[in-house]
Design a protein around this ligand. Sequence first.
Ligand code: 5GP
Ligand code: MG
Length: 208
Amino acid sequence: MDNLPSLYPFQHHSAATSMQTLLTAEQLSEGIDRLARDVRQAYGDGPLTVVGVLTGSVVVVSDLIRRLDGPVRLSMVWASSYRGTATRAGRLDLRLDLLPDLTGQHVLLVDDIFDSGRTLEAILADLRGRGAVSVRSLVLLRKQGRAEVAIEPDFVGFDIPDLFVVGYGLDYDGAWRHLPHVAVLDADDIATGSVGPVGGVGGARLRM
Ligand code: 5GP
Ligand code: MG
């Protein structure tokens, strides 16, 4: 991989294996199987409009919809809480202009992780004003003890401890989304800035 452009963000892939794995690819696959069953049980065989939240939900959405029998539409919205290199969320920025007409549809909003819950709360509030028959939400991960809102997701893949995680769609400063598993990023490394998009290349310390 030495001949790749220096800005190519994924040349640190081997460093990923030294991060602590929280959920293996197999556990994630079983979790998505379970979520797909639960979703179909709730909706029956009727048509469903899945709305994914870019960018973190792309992996869970693509795995989930391929397990949902029956008619499924897919649309995406975009959200960012300007987290960047910080673990605390900043101002929430939403772009919902790609949404089709949702009148009369059953809508399932899908995100990667429920942390404070503010992202899901804000998008759900908007979706509820668009004439859908029903609006529910699904998250792959829910962090324990972090919620700042009164709502809860209708479907949850895994409850996890209050740790900063990457992989399976979740990023740290744009990197690590491509990992097939979910790994924990060390809080000290985040605080000192010793990991980043090219973490592991420049002598970054990643917890075993
Ligand atoms: P909330 O609005 O629930 O506080 O945050 C939800 C969003 O914050 C997620 O969609 C995700 O982008 C980001 N986020 C929260 N916790 C984590 C985490 O542990 N790892 C990563 N990579 N992103 C997180
Ligand atoms: Mg996100």
